[in-house]
Design a protein around this ligand. Structure first.
Ligand code: DQA
Length: 158
């Protein structure tokens, strides 16, 4: 029987504006974990799933757009918490659509329980799916969902 060799998956995790302040920023809404702690959890989950996780945060829309463009050829999927850009950025949505990489959108808070301006996401219609409201666990669930999707796609297409 022929052995099926799969190269390890490499996933890009993007954190948008103000998420560098997690831990001190409105802890009643976003929890008490810092971004560094969330990133450590993501890396640990990546190891369990045998996936390489590359992580970056930026407060600047154009930097996030560049990171999405750079993902082509390096990463097979994107996990993104675009923060407030979720609700405003056609540029981020267009960048994700342009590279056409499977993308999972995550939010720490349940954006549908909050102010009405947070109910609309520009990213949701072009994402595989969205996970919102589970605190830092949203990232872990999002990573699991993305990896599950990517592994299924590999088997469907091979
Ligand atoms: C957020 C929700 C957004 O509405 C907000 O602007 C954020 C964080 C979340 O993770 O809950 O910055 O994306």
């Amino acid at each position: 029987m022929q052995e099926l060799k799969l190269s390890p998956l490499n996933v890009l995790v993007l954190h948008g504006p103000n998420l560098n302040l997690l831990g001190q920023r409105e802890p009643g809404i976003y929890g008490s974990l810092s971004l560094a702690e969330i990133n450590r959890q993501l890396e640990a989950e990546g190891q369990k799933l045998a996936v390489k996780v590359s992580i970056m945060q930026s407060n600047h829309e154009g930097v996030l757009v560049d990171a999405i463009h750079d993902a082509l050829g390096k990463h097979q999927g994107i996990l993104i918490n675009a923060g407030a850009y979720t609700h405003t950025s056609v540029a981020l949505r267009d960048a994700i659509a342009a590279v056409n990489l499977p993308t999972v959108e995550v939010h720490l808070s349940n954006i549908y329980k909050r102010e009405e301006f947070r109910h609309h996401s520009y990213i949701a219609p072009i994402a595989i799916g969205q996970i919102s409201g589970f605190g830092s666990q949203s990232y872990i669930l999002g990573l699991q969902a993305l990896v599950c999707f990517l592994r299924q796609s590999i088997f469907v297409s091979s």
